[in-house]
Design a binder for this molecule. Structure first.
Ligand code: CA
Length: 232
């Protein structure tokens, strides 16, 4: 297998070096962007398999870097956020970042997220970039065309709204989906009452599809951010 290429966009040299060394030890190929504009042009010229992006950059705001890269690239973007950047983190996810890691983070966590990001990219490809009607995540199968939900081949009855929420989530396996994104996709609007509904429908899906709803295997809560459907 060809080593995946990771683009690191980070202005702080020690962090950049740490990230680079961790990735090279796992046989990833690495490219460095020292600021936002260099990062954007490297993303365009080298088509990396995944992008690690620090939100606090000296020239261009990290949020703008995401928007500019999303104009031409669907490469998974893993945001590195410092403490106190909670709002920016949510905004980054809303604007097209796939995942985030809060600084400081350990190497195992970093590598796990990178593996997940790259796996997701391949999964998206094999699922025809989200247009395939059938999604399979371990024991869970969702047939979007036939409105069919199965666990280990056993059909599970879900309501139309539960189905809508589930189909949005299975289209983005492993990705952090913000409250705003899910509300817009499922209800078409964002209001306090719908935020409450989202919580209720998520609880329903867990009750119907999880073996142990208190320790969800598929539907993870990202506190203060949203939800993530686990793809392993
Ligand atoms: Ca920085």
């Amino acid at each position: 297998m060809i080593s995946p290429l990771i683009l690191i966009i980070e202005d702080e040299k020690p962090v950049r070096n740490f990230l680079g060394a961790s990735l090279k030890s796992q046989h990833y190929k690495v490219l460095y962007g020292e600021n936002g504009s260099e990062g954007i042009s490297l993303a365009a010229s080298h088509n990396p398999d995944l992008i690690l992006l620090d939100l606090g950059l000296p020239d261009i705001d990290g949020i703008d870097v995401i928007m500019r890269i999303r104009e031409f690239s669907t490469a998974p973007i893993l945001v590195l956020s410092a403490r106190g950047e909670e709002q920016e983190k949510v905004e980054a996810l809303d604007l097209g970042a796939d995942d985030y890691l809060g600084k400081p983070f350990g190497t195992p966590e970093l590598l796990a997220r990178i593996r997940a990001g790259i796996r997701r990219k391949h999964l998206a490809k094999s699922n025809g970039d989200g247009n395939s009607p059938v999604f399979t995540l371990s024991t869970l199968t969702v047939d979007v065309e036939k409105h069919l939900v199965m666990i280990e081949g056993r059909e599970i009855h879900v309501t139309p709204t539960e189905f809508k929420l589930l189909s949005v989530m299975v289209r983005h396996p492993g990705k952090v989906l913000t409250h705003t994104f899910l509300l817009k996709e499922v209800w078409g609007s964002i209001s306090a009452s719908e935020t409450q509904s989202l919580r209720v429908y998520m609880a329903n899906l867990r009750r119907k599809l999880e073996i142990d709803p208190a320790n969800p295997r598929f539907f993870r809560t990202e506190v203060g951010v949203g939800y993530r459907i686990i793809d392993e």
